[in-house]
Write a protein that binds this ligand. Sequence first.
Ligand code: ADP
Ligand code: ADP
Length: 224
Amino acid sequence: MIRFDQVTKRYASGHEAVHDLSFELAAGEMAFITGHSGAGKSTMLKLIGLIERPTRGHVTVNGQNLHGLRRGRIPELRRGIGMVFQDHRLLMDRSVYDNVALPLIIAGQSREEIARRVRAALDKVGLLERERAEPVTLSTGEQQRVGIARAIVAKPSVLIADEPTGNLDPQLSAEIMQLFADFQQVGTTVLVASHDLPLVKRMGKRVLVLNQGRLLDDWRPGGG
Ligand code: ADP
Ligand code: ADP
């Protein structure tokens, strides 16, 4: 689960990217964050992913209040959070397999366990037959799928994605969003930032609307 209690993030520039934000996403729930460019979507995800720290307030992920968390515990907590980025951040000189294996190698898993999990992850995103390919030979949509496989390979309980369809056409975008919904189906808590409001609405999930760092609206499927 993810909880924000009156969270404010002010960058060193003095700019307040997120202001007094409170919301809770239950374990196994899926939501989108939408809003114009600069609304604070990325900042919200960075606060969850322990890339940024709040200036005020508390962020809780998987029952762990991130405030005052000792540095040494950050890697362990990050392993429970899968992150997907718009630019997918793949290592272009490594195979698809190696890219997806990376989090497990860092976590010190055995070769056998890595092989089993990487293939399971690639199977879930429909890329099992491309494991030996180099990312440059894949389409943009396939590259994003590799990024998603890498994010979920360590079976995180929380999956966050920042504009994962930003570079994709509408058809591919819908397919990628459906993949995230599939991960929710198996129990993952999923939070996806996207400015593509028509696509977000079609998914029929909860939508958090950000405007200038403030929570403007919180739509839930079925009205309200
Ligand atoms: P979004 O993802 O909705 O486009 P961001 O969270 O990236 O919004 O940015 C929110 C605001 O914070 C923007 O005005 C942006 O310029 C500013 N901002 C983002 N990152 C930084 C940073 N590292 N330093 C200063 N200002 C930043
Ligand atoms: P339209 O009715 O044509 O979709 P809007 O886009 O302005 O018009 O949305 C109107 C209202 O519909 C919103 O203010 C919100 O209350 C509700 N709504 C929009 N999208 C969703 C959604 N994904 N889930 C639940 N309610 C929604």
